[in-house]
Design a protein around this ligand. Structure first.
Ligand code: ADP
Ligand code: MG
Length: 271
């Protein structure tokens, strides 16, 4: 296995004559985080769905963890999807299930379908472990209706982590949250990046989030975010920007390069 976790090779995808992605190429390396920027409708969510194999490209190739997924059937994708954790804005919890059942969902499903054989004790141990990670172990037997919006989002993150994914796909994970709660979510995301070297594709239209991610590191002792460096433009290791425009990667680079770019579109985007 090489050090690439996701590779897009000249990927194209359109709908009824509307070419949304024309030719997208990039590589996400192990332990690396890519912050994916772009205007509404640029194709950011599509790019994540392609990575999951939920959609097939019209042209090009997509590799996940070294495997060409471009032509794989649904069933062949299942083992690979266990390596991918997703936190999408619109992914709600199941209201009629407890926090435990919501978080355990994939393990319970895999066991029910005979794809895995987890004991009840093993499942509860793992659910407690991921709930502990997001600081919500006490909520294990609660119903979603008893939780605040921020707590629900953290349970959603715990649910994504239950299979111990090597790659996380985030789609506007802080959308709709107040700044304090948003920072809690970003702190957890950076904790995954900096203590477990989890690779990530992070989609956002909140520039502030993007710069928090690229400019900070998680400090284990204090459990807080700290500036990545004290001089110049701070940059966390292995974290960079991609800007999607007109179906292509229009800009790729570090926060410093993004801020210094003279390109009028990039400047308008940052304004
Ligand atoms: N299933 C679909 N059928 C037709 N058009 C789609 C479909 N999914 C996405 N699109 C179009 O593709 C474009 C990019 O969508 P999306 O990836 O959701 O953009 P964003 O960058 O805002 O996440 C949008 O114009 C959208 O209308
Ligand atoms: Mg989107």
């Amino acid at each position: 296995m090489n050090n690439e976790v996701v590779r897009f090779e000249r990927v194209g995808l359109g709908f009824g004559g509307n070419e949304v992605l024309r030719e997208v190429s990039f590589v996400l390396g192990r332990g690396e985080t890519i912050v994916l920027l772009g205007a509404t409708g640029a194709g950011k969510t599509l790019l994540l769905k392609l990575t999951l194999g939920l959609l097939k490209p019209d042209r090009g190739h997509i590799y996940v963890l070294g495997q060409d997924i471009t032509d794989l059937e649904e069933e062949q994708l299942f083992p690979l999807r266990a390596e991918l954790g997703i936190v999408f804005q619109e992914m709600a919890l199941f209201d009629s299930l407890t926090v435990y059942e919501n978080v355990a969902y994939r393990l319970l499903e895999e066991t029910a379908h005979g794809e895995a054989d987890f004991s009840d004790e093993e499942i509860e141990r793992r659910v407690r472990e991921v709930l502990c990670f997001v600081g919500l172990e006490d909520a294990i037997w609660k119903m979603p209706a008893e939780l605040s919006g921020g707590m629900k989002r953290r349970v959603g993150l715990a649910r994504a982590l239950i299979t111990e994914p090597r790659v996380m796909l985030y789609d506007s994970p802080t959308a709709g949250l107040d700044p304090v709660t948003a920072l809690t979510i970003l702190t957890l995301i950076l904790r995954l990046r900096d203590t477990r070297q989890t690779s990530a594709l992070f989609v956002t239209h909140r520039l502030q989030d993007a710069f928090t991610l690229t400019g900070h590191v998680y400090d284990e002792d204090s459990g807080t975010l700290q500036p990545a460096s004290s001089d110049g433009v701070a940059q966390a290791p292995g974290t960079r920007f991609l800007l999607l425009r007109n179906g292509q990667i229009y800009f790729a680079g570090t926060p410093g390069e993004l801020l210094a770019a003279r390109d009028p579109y990039v400047q308008r985007f940052l304004a």
